[in-house]
Design a protein around this ligand. Structure first.
Ligand SMILES: NS(=O)(=O)c1c(F)c(F)c(SCCc2ccc(C(=O)O)cc2)c(F)c1NC1CCCCCCC1
Ligand SMILES: [Zn+2]
Length: 258
């Protein structure tokens, strides 16, 4: 992944020179202007299967210098939601900000949330994610906004309690299986949908994006754990790992709700 060439969020203006797709016309993230979205009744609820991973199953959690990545079993799938075929789970990772400013990737009516979870899937008609990542409709990412609430979020704690094991880039640890669905909003039937890209190099324009309308609440301590515990590959705090909104270039954003 990530290619051999080095990149960082500090030099995101130069990504397109090293990774041509990053200069394309179907890039992510975007600002979602709710007044301009189009209701599409074909966009039914998303159906997650086999997301309740048994505690005996251990998952790898890794600090790759850009985010923390939790590997997911490929028998976990998502279907419905207007997808042509079921998609298999690959990994999930997070985007966050710093104490000074929030760090979601997508914005809604120019509002940026504290953070964002991305659950990455690949189209089951491909054998591997590497193959799917290069094909139109190959990837599907489910995105939900993280907001600061009053209660500790137990599902997120199953991940965040391990951050101290992986402060440095390249660090990895194992996490006991839990219900991955609990990391997403309760209702999977209200979401925005558009065609876009990976939000980091190589920026492949092969992602079917789903951005849930309902947000997920974490405690203030959980958000600050995420902001203050990890280091990137330049010996700086791993913070504000989000790309700025990209132009729609005429793309339509659909909504599963009126
Ligand atoms: N928002 S996103 O989905 O575009 C995204 C990011 F914003 C990301 F920041 C990332 S992490 C950066 C890419 C990367 C770097 C190193 C390693 C490794 O050492 O294992 C792995 C990956 C990241 F991994 C992803 N998603 C990956 C994109 C890279 C490969 C394609 C398939 C998995 C999805
Ligand atoms: Zn992401």
């Amino acid at each position: 992944h990530g290619g051999s060439k080095h990149w960082s969020y500090a030099d995101k203006a130069r990504w397109a020179s090293a990774f041509p797709h990053c200069g394309g016309h179907m890039q992510s993230p975007i600002n979602i202007d709710t007044a301009s979205t189009h209701f599409d009744p074909q966009l039914g609820p998303l159906l997650l299967s086999d997301s309740n991973l048994p505690p005996g199953e251990s998952l790898s959690l890794r600090n790759n210098g850009h985010t923390i990545v939790l590997e997911l079993p490929e028998n976990m799938t998502v279907a419905g939601g207007g997808f042509p075929q079921p998609y298999r789970a690959a990994q999930l990772h997070l985007h966050w900000g710093s104490k000074l400013s929030p760090g979601s990737e997508h914005t809604v009516d120019q509002r940026r949330y504290a953070g964002e979870i991305h659950v990455v899937f690949y189209n089951s008609r491909f054998r591997t994610i590497a193959e799917a990542a290069g094909e139109r409709g190959g990837l599907a990412v489910l995105a939900a906004f993280l907001q600061v609430g009053s209660e500790e979020n137990e599902a997120y704690e199953d991940i965040l309690e391990h951050l101290n094991d992986i402060p440095e880039e390249g660090g990895s640890t194992s996490v006991e299986g839990f219900d991955i669905a609990k990391l997403l909003p309760e209702s999977l039937d209200r979401y925005f949908r558009y065609n876009g890209s990976l939000t980091t190099p190589p920026c492949y324009q092969t992602v079917n994006w789903t951005v849930f309308n309902e947000t997920v609440l974490l405690s203030p301590e959980q958000i600050s754990d995420l902001e203050d515990t990890l280091w990137d590959d330049q010996d700086g705090h791993l913070q504000s790992n989000f790309r700025l909104p990209q132009s729609l270039h005429g793309r339509k954003v659909l909504a599963s709700f009126p």
